[in-house]
Design a protein around this ligand. Structure first.
Ligand code: SAJ
Length: 428
């Protein structure tokens, strides 16, 4: 049970008769469902996975995120949050499903369509439908059209018309994995309505637990704003990664260089690394490119730079290993960023997989946040998941891939006789 000072501690005095349904109980949907439950809403979480539904109904969580277990446990035991496989009627429907891209980098909104199809038959006058999933421009209007096809009896909202039966809005999630609950409460929100009244209705709902400001706009602007936030970060990380390649050529320490350049009052370069991972920053820029391929050379080039970075790291390790007989290589970190267990689109994982397939030597993998190697690596004779204290003394080459806190505390004396490839600059 979170203590009473936690921003999402259960507040029974704020009991509200409203029912909220959240479709998709993943990294975004589950925290959102728990946040509404903490404010007294009756929350029904819907997911297509029986395992996820079962886990949540026992008050547990299926993802690692600070404090989420406590908030979900409190909500389930208070009877405010319940998970189910089938959509049920509600006052507000929130869609928080994945929006991946296809093999040729085109957005795939089929999960949004499936969620809309499940919700449409249950809609009644006064209902609110909110899309939280990061989505290509026009998706919220598309939801409107899909609902219109399924429910010709309903008056749907339009930009200039406010006498609709239901309200539809886009409220893109902006939470940072690792700080989801804090950011869910404290971050400002962009609320894009099909009509101004739709945006106002959605903002009113989110005000129940959001302490940040609500910025109201139309749905298309909200969709692009979210994509732009992640593309902005991708482009800026690509700049840092490009600098790291330039610096390698000239034997300059890129972190020293960036620290110095950032002393300028109007320069703020991000950190280079082994590449950009996760399910957001490496994906969302493609939604902008797909919608305007001929006018997005910068966003596309940034994707290219960041996607090539893991191969550059692989090349460096191979070159170092090629100089040794039977090298032992410690690979520190597999997740896509520090202090989480998320391996999705992880450059560290891609690098270790490529090294394993290239048979460069014995690989001792250290990842403090997982208990077994992922499918792509398990069963390979040359790869073992080991503790840091076993890997370091045994290694000839140490490849630092993720800046987990355990790695920052490593005794530098132990590293001295080794070949070090520090992709995050934590040991300089
Ligand atoms: N990275 C670098 N150098 C940096 C910063 C990050 O190489 O200076 C790498 C990380 O190691 C990681 C990747 O970039 O591999 C992305 O990490 P991140 O922490 O920057 O972002 P995410 O993907 O965990 O979360 C982002 C956030 N978006 C922005 O900061 C603009 C978050 O607020 C979004 O809600 C989330 O995407 C999302 O779901 O869209």
């Amino acid at each position: 049970m979170p203590d009473a000072s936690h921003p999402l501690a259960l507040r029974p005095e704020k009991l509200s008769p409203k029912r909220v349904s959240v479709f998709g109980l993943g990294y975004v949907g589950l925290p959102v469902a728990a946040a509404f439950a903490s404010r007294g809403f009756e929350v029904v979480g819907v997911d297509i996975s029986p395992r996820i539904v079962d886990v949540i109904n026992t008050g547990k969580v299926h993802i690692v995120e600070p404090d989420l277990d406590m908030v979900v446990q409190a909500a389930v035991s208070a009877g405010k949050l319940r998970a189910t496989l089938n959509q049920e009627p509600a006052d507000a429907f929130i869609i928080a499903v994945p929006t991946p891209f296809t093999d040729d980098h085109q957005p795939d909104v089929s999960y949004v369509r499936a969620a809309t199809n499940a919700i449409a038959p249950l809609l009644t006058k006064g209902n609110l439908v909110i899309l939280e999933s990061t989505s290509p421009i026009g998706t919220t209007e598309q939801i409107c059209r899909w609902i219109g096809e399924a429910r010709p009896d309903l008056i749907l909202p339009e930009a200039e018309r406010d006498d609709a039966d239901i309200y539809i809005a886009h409220c893109p999630e902006r939470v940072l994995p690792g700080s989801v609950l804090r950011e869910l409460v404290d971050n400002d929100r962009i609320i894009g309505g099909i009509s101004p009244n739709c945006a106002e209705q959605a903002a009113e709902l989110y005000r129940s637990f959001v302490r940040g400001e609500m910025h109201l706009t139309n749905a298309r602007t909200a969709e692009l704003a979210k994509l732009v936030e992640n593309a902005y970060r991708d482009v800026n990380i690509a700049f840092a990664n490009e600098l790291s390649i330039v610096c390698d050529k000239h034997r300059i320490n890129v972190w020293d260089l960036i620290e110095l350049a950032n002393k300028h009052p109007r320069v703020n370069i991000l950190s280079p690394g082994p590449g950009v991972g996760g399910h957001c920053i490496a994906v969302d820029p493609w939604f902008i490119i797909a919608a305007a391929p001929e006018v997005t050379p910068i966003i596309r080039a940034a994707r290219g730079v960041n996607d090539r970075k893991p191969d550059i790291v692989v090349g460096k390790v191979k070159a170092a290993a090629g100089r040794l007989r039977s090298p032992v290589i410690a690979c520190l970190g597999l997740s896509y960023k520090a202090d989480i267990d998320d391996l999705r689109e992880s450059p560290a994982l891609h690098i270790v997989e490529k090294l394993a397939h290239a048979e460069v030597g014995e690989l001792l993998v250290v990842e403090p946040n997982i208990r077994q190697l992922p499918v792509g690596l398990s069963g390979m004779a040359s790869v073992r998941l080991v503790e840091l204290r076993e890997a370091l003394p045994a290694a000839d080459i140490v490849v630092l891939l993720v800046d987990h806190r355990q790695f920052k505390r490593v005794d530098r004396e132990l590293l001295k006789p080794k070949i070090i490839i520090d992709t995050r600059g934590i040991w300089r």
